[in-house]
Structure formats: structure tokens, C-alpha cells
Design a protein around this ligand. Structure first.
Ligand code: PLP
Length: 401
């Protein structure tokens, strides 16, 4: 038998081998670039190594993260509820403020009920994993977020991948599945890396014909899509036909946490059987107060959504004029595809020269050859900010040629 100490040496050398697999990764690890820790932040500006940058990769689509009313809501709630519920909702952790935001979200999304978690990741894993099991079939868009893949794998259901955003491919996969099997379709509303909108109306039509349960992760569509910013289901007018809408507070709601919304019995089932729901502490009061206030402002002040889309249209036009590949993004989530990691790194560094910061995304975050700079529009960008973005992207684009 192999002694434990040798086993450990084996683990460590395997880890080192993977970390130092290539030059760029080596460089990033050496200079601690994987997890850039900004020294300071003021609205959409951040400071790194003493230099100020405009943040072009934030998911604060509606720009509410620095709204004084949202910050005040967070401050006030601490006096009332303390810092943490210190337990699972199932045990001692459930509070009135959880119920309140769940009712508000259910109402906003046109669903009977909702459950909130301390992270969108938990909400998305739970939305898939507890509703299917061995013998069931999950039809899943091949580009969905890692949380949804995690959910399917945990469920032990069979996995059938269909082509990204392809109704024809979904239909074809379904034709191989026996009619009497329990079937779930899993898709995102807006793809965070690509900026694509899923053809949800077509998926719903196919799903209904084949008696499928439909799960929509609308982390990047919530607050962004639809005439009232209710999300991708509102955009396509299919809110009633999607069984579960899950998502995150960390994008349009300027907080952290996540939600699952659906029929009452669906949410009751989740509360009874989902491990992510039962065995994890409840979301804390500040996260909820921030999300609640941001939701209230979003509902009352359509100007934030309008500004977001005005900035988005202007940004798409700029990228198009410069001949940059932005993967046909239709939304405020906008990639600039560079094609390999060296070019992506070069582009991001040129943006920094002009005071703009954006994330570099390389495989496995994206498919090989799609190495990109992940940028995002926000309602918080002023005229000055937009001009700085235009100048920086033009500079980087010219340097790359
Ligand atoms: C599509 C999608 N789903 C789920 C999540 C997880 O949300 P959270 O960051 O709140 O855990 C994310 C966040 O990156 C996401 O982009």
C-alpha cells in the first residue's frame, strides 16, 4: 500500500504541474494576478497599485451599488436584525425579512412563491439538483453556467447537451428521449460571457410539446431584459410557462445572494428536499436589505433601465465601427473576443494604459479560441465615463492590429 506521505507528495506535484502549465498562468500566479484586490473603490472607479481605473467589468447593470438609498438601507438593517441569522432557514435562521423579499420577488417575477439563498450559485444548483434524479433526463444548453452543470451532476440524472441557443438541436435531442421519462430543460436567459439572449419562446414551445419542466437561470437577464426589467421571460412574454426562474442578487440588485421562483408547490418541495437550501445558513440581513431597496428603486424608477440600454446601444455601435468581434452580443454583457490569451492580455493591458479595467477570460471559462475581455455596460456610466471607454477601446483596438 502507498504510504500517506507519498500520496500527499503526489497531490502536491500534480497541483504544481497544473498551475505552471503555461507561461501566462505562471506569470499570473507569480504576480498574484488571479485575484486582483483593489485597494479602494468609489462608485464605478477602482484603484489598483495606486492607479485609478474605470471598472468596465462590473455586473452592476443598473448602477445601484453606490446609490445612497441602497447604502442607507444596509446600514439601518444592522440595528434591527444584527449581522447574521446564524443558522439555516430550516432551523433557527428564518426571519421576517426573508419572507418579505421572497414575496416582493415572486410578485415582480409573476410567480406564486420564491426562496432566497446566500449565493446565486446555491440557488442555481438547487433549482436543478432537487427536482430530477436517476432515470430522469436533463436537456441542457452546452454553454450554461457552472452552477447549473453542478446541479445536474449532483442530481445523477442523464445529461443530454444541446447546441448553444439552438431550438433545432434541442428538438433533435428530445426525439431520442422516451416520452414517459421525466424531462427538464435547463437554459440561461442571457449568457454572461457571450451576451446572447436565449430563444426562450421557442424553447418553451418545444418544452410544452414534450412535457418538459423548464428551468431558467436569469442571473444576467433579471433587471435587464423586458420592458419592466423583469427578465428574459418578460421579454418573450412567457413568464407563466417557465417552471423555475432562478438568479442572483449580485448583478442588477447590487448585492450578493440568489433566488428561486416558481409555483408554491415547487418552492415547498425545494424547501423540503434541497440540500443547498437546508444545510446552508440563511442569507444575512444586509444582503437582503440591499437587494430589496435596489428592487424597489428599479420598480419605481425606469430611468436606470433606460440609461443602461442607451449606453449599451452606443457601446455596441462603437465596437462594430472598430471592427471588433463582440460575439454578436445583444445585451449589456459584452465580450471582446481576442482569439488567444496573449492577444486578450495585450488588449486588457492597453485598456489599463487609458485608465480602464476589464477582466480577461480564457479557457475553461470560454471555449478554446474564444479568449476574451469581458466587459459590461452599466447605467452608472456618465457621459465622461462613456467617452473614456470609447477612447480606451479605440486605443487598444488600434494597438492590437
Ligand atoms: C449565469 C450565472 N448563474 C449563476 C451565477 C452565480 O451567482 P452568484 O455569483 O450570486 O453566486 C452567476 C454568477 O457568476 C452567473 O453568471
Amino acid at each position: 500500500m502507498q504510504p500517506f506521505s507519498n500520496m500527499k507528495t503526489g497531490f502536491v506535484s500534480a497541483i504544481k504541474k497544473r498551475i505552471f502549465a503555461d507561461e501566462l498562468t505562471k506569470l499570473r500566479v507569480k504576480h498574484d494576478l488571479w485575484y486582483n484586490a483593489f485597494e479602494k473603490q468609489d462608485g464605478n472607479k477602482v484603484w489598483l497599485d495606486g492607479k485609478k481605473y474605470l471598472m468596465l467589468s462590473s455586473n452592476d447593470y443598473l448602477g445601484l451599488g453606490y446609490d445612497p438609498r441602497v447604502k442607507e438601507a444596509a446600514r439601518q438593517v444592522l440595528d434591527v436584525w444584527g449581522t447574521s441569522p446564524t443558522g439555516s432557514r430550516f432551523a433557527n435562521g428564518s426571519r421576517y425579512y426573508h419572507r418579505e423579499i421572497e414575496e416582493q420577488l415572486a410578485d415582480f417575477l409573476g410567480k406564486e412563491a420564491c426562496h432566497v439563498h446566500s449565493a446565486g450559485y446555491l440557488s442555481c444548483v438547487a433549482s436543478v439538483s432537487c427536482f430530477v434524479g436517476k432515470g430522469d433526463v436533463v436537456l441542457i444548453d452546452r454553454n450554461v453556467h457552472s452552477s447549473l452543470w453542478e446541479g445536474v451532476r449532483l442530481s445523477m440524472a442523464s445529461i443530454e447537451k444541446f447546441g448553444h441557443n439552438s431550438p433545432a438541436s434541442l428538438e433533435e435531442e428530445l426525439s431520442f428521449v422516451k416520452a414517459d421519462r421525466k424531462k427538464m430543460i435547463v437554459t440561461e436567459g442571457v449568457y454572461s460571457m457571450e451576451g446572447h439572449v436565449c430563444p426562450l419562446d421557442k424553447f418553451v414551445e418545444i418544452g410544452q410539446r414534450h412535457d418538459c419542466f423548464i428551468v431558467l437561470d436569469d442571473a444576467h437577464g433579471f433587471g435587464v431584459m423586458g420592458s419592466h426589467g423583469r427578465g428574459t421571460a418578460e421579454h418573450f412574454g412567457v413568464q407563466d410557462s417557465v417552471d423555475i426562474i432562478c438568479g442572483s442578487f449580485s448583478k442588477s440588485l447590487a448585492s450578493t445572494g440568489g433566488f428561486v421562483a416558481g409555483d408554491q408547490e415547487v418552492i415547498d418541495f425545494l424547501r423540503t428536499y434541497s440540500k443547498q437550501t437546508i444545510f446552508s445558513a440563511a442569507i444575512n440581513p444586509t444582503q437582503v436589505a440591499i437587494a430589496g431597496k435596489a428592487l424597489e428603486i428599479h420598480r419605481q424608477e425606469p430611468g436606470h433601465l433606460e440609461r443602461l440600454w442607451k449606453n449599451t446601444r452606443r457601446y455596441h455601435a462603437l465596437l462594430s465601427d472598430l471592427g471588433l468581434d463582440y460575439w454578436d452580443s445583444q445585451t449589456p454583457a459584452v465580450p471582446i473576443v481576442a482569439g488567444n490569451k496573449e492577444r486578450a492580455y495585450f488588449f486588457a493591458e492597453r485598456l489599463k494604459e487609458k485608465g480602464v479595467y476589464a477582466n480577461l477570460i480564457i479557457p475553461p471559462g470560454v471555449p478554446p479560441g474564444k479568449d476574451l475581455i469581458r466587459t459590461a455596460m452599466s447605467a452608472s456610466f456618465s457621459e465622461d465615463d462613456m467617452q473614456r471607454i470609447e477612447e480606451a477601446v479605440t486605443h487598444a483596438s488600434k494597438a492590437l492590429r
